[in-house]
Write a protein that binds this ligand. Structure first.
Ligand code: ADP
Length: 479
């Protein structure tokens, strides 16, 4: 039942503003969340829609998009045409902003600061032209934060409620003042008086995420543990004091996943679909298909899988060829790594792979189909992150009966229980990682009952939005 907010007005109309949303455009977990939460909010009686750029990588034609409006905005004395397109995907309404100069590439291609300041400027204008009048603007990450920074300057009675979700504090959108002026923002609205922040760069630099944190009515992040971690210098990336000053309006709400898309029983990407009760045979068949595809030999060894963006966050530097070779001698295993991103980490992993040519495969790509097949084939799924705001891959892994091995940080800590639904290690060191890999192999070879129990406990977890969607619904009413 809907809860009425303190002004006796029911909040039902929410507009998500974000850089990416699956299935239209996806780089990481942000897209999964933005693309699936609106549907879950519908079950709470809310009409949540999405406003995002019409990235050049999105085929408007194949999504049967309809052009509903068009306008001009002046940037640096130049008129920029913005078309508003409308699409309905799986019951969710999207408004896509198209512009040939700023949004021709993929989500983060090119200069992200200009792209997303332009997005914010265009979104602010589009708000008055949309047929949908939101009561809450829910901005995601720094890309959309400037929308709420500007709206917050209006009197509360005349503007929508403003919610900012931090999906990853590492990306804050540092920019020079002159960029703000170029996109017609007022620099005083963006100044955050926090010593930590202004010390980081010279005084002419602006932090778009910090400005959003200062001006939002409510701030959320994507797991309860990350909400606490970001108040500390170790995880706050320089914003811990600012976040602490907003502690009363900050809440950690655990992400869910789209359990319809990530469902081994109905997943059309898989070599073979399987229900939970057929998990052993189902995974075996998928593993066979993946091994054939990746030219890995067929034997009784467990398959470890790692899928992530290649960045300093994801624990790629914990993989040491020598440790893996030593483990391999006693307990054979296979390892598949799928990901792409920073060149440094691509080289690092390829160098490790060179020393394990028979038992390891590295695929440098973003490959949704292969990712699904790997979740379905894996015996163990590795998430050794240095920090992890929520992490979705460990939930996806459990959904497909792969036992997660994670570091105790952020949402990983909130979702995996050691020796119950997975294996958890604490220290961010290759020694600790090696120890947990050894434990995983011992469990797999010598304690099959424990392995089986972890897999079935993982399969039984509910990772849908069912628990978290009502928390958002309550939060919206509190504004
Ligand atoms: P993050 O948001 O930090 O990238 P998450 O765990 O929240 O990490 O979400 C990652 C999402 O991106 C998951 O859906 C995962 O399957 C997907 N993903 C990451 N890398 C790849 C890749 N190389 N190919 C296909 N899917 C990927």
């Amino acid at each position: 039942m809907l809860k009425i907010n303190k002004n006796n007005k029911m909040i039902t109309k929410i507009l998500f503003c974000a850089a990416e949303a699956a299935p239209l455009a996806k780089v990481g977990g942000l897209a999964d969340v933005v693309g699936s939460l609106p549907e879950a909010l519908k079950a709470q009686g809310l009409d949540a829609r999405i406003l995002m750029p019409a990235h050049g990588s999105i085929s408007l034609k194949s999504w049967k998009a309809k052009k509903i409006n068009s306008f001009l905005i002046k940037i640096d004395k130049k008129q920029e045409r913005v078309n508003i397109w409308y699409i309905k995907v799986k019951g969710t309404s999207y408004y896509l902003l198209q512009n040939k100069n700023y949004f021709s590439g993929h989500v983060y291609e090119g200069d992200s600061i200009s792209k997303y300041l332009f997005f914010a400027r265009a979104a602010l204008k589009a708000l008055s032209l949309l047929p949908f009048k939101p009561q809450v603007i829910h901005a995601h990450d720094f890309h959309a934060a400037s929308i709420i920074t500007e709206l917050s300057t209006q009197a509360r009675t005349g503007r929508p409620g403003l919610v900012l979700t931090i999906h990853n504090l590492q990306h804050q959108g540092w920019t020079e003042e002159k960029a703000l002026l170029k996109f017609d923002f007022c620099k005083t609205d963006f100044q955050v008086r926090d010593k930590n922040i202004s010390n980081k760069k010279t005084s002419t630099w602006i932090n778009l995420l910090a400005a959003g944190i200062k001006s939002a009515d409510k701030i959320t992040t994507v797991s309860p543990t990350y909400a606490k971690e970001i108040l500390t210098p170790a995880y706050g990336y320089g914003l811990e004091k600012l976040l602490s000053s907003r502690r009363k309006d900050l809440v950690g709400i655990l992400n869910g996943i789209d359990v319809k898309t990530y469902n081994p029983a109905g997943d059309i990407n898989l070599a073979q679909k399987y229900a939970s009760k057929d998990v052993v045979a189902g995974k075996q068949n998928n593993k066979q298909a993946v091994r054939a595809y990746l030219k890995l030999k067929e034997d009784n060894s467990p398959l470890f899988v790692f899928i992530a963006r290649f960045s300093n966050q994801k624990g790629l530097d914990l993989f040491k060829a020598e440790d893996l070779l030593n483990l391999q001698k006693k307990f054979p295993f296979q390892l598949v790594i799928l990901g792409s991103g920073e060149e440094k980490y691509e080289q690092m992993i390829l160098a490790v792979n060179k020393q394990l040519p028979d038992n390891m495969r590295t695929i440098i790509a973003f490959d949704e189909t292969l990712a699904h097949n790997l979740y379905a084939s894996a015996n163990y799924f590795l998430v050794p992150s240095k920090f992890e705001p929520c992490g979705l891959t460990q939930m996806m892994a459990m959904r497909y009966g792969a036992v997660p091995i994670v570091r105790a940080t952020g949402g990983l800590k909130d979702t995996v229980i050691h020796e119950k639904t997975g294996l958890v290690f604490k220290q961010y060191t290759s020694q600790a990682f090696n120890r947990v890999l050894k434990q995983a192999l011992l469990v797999y070879y010598q304690q099959p009952a424990l392995y089986k129990k972890m897999r079935s406990d993982g399969l039984r977890q509910d990772w849908s939005w069912q628990a978290s969607a009502p928390e958002y619904q309550r939060l919206y009413q509190e504004i």
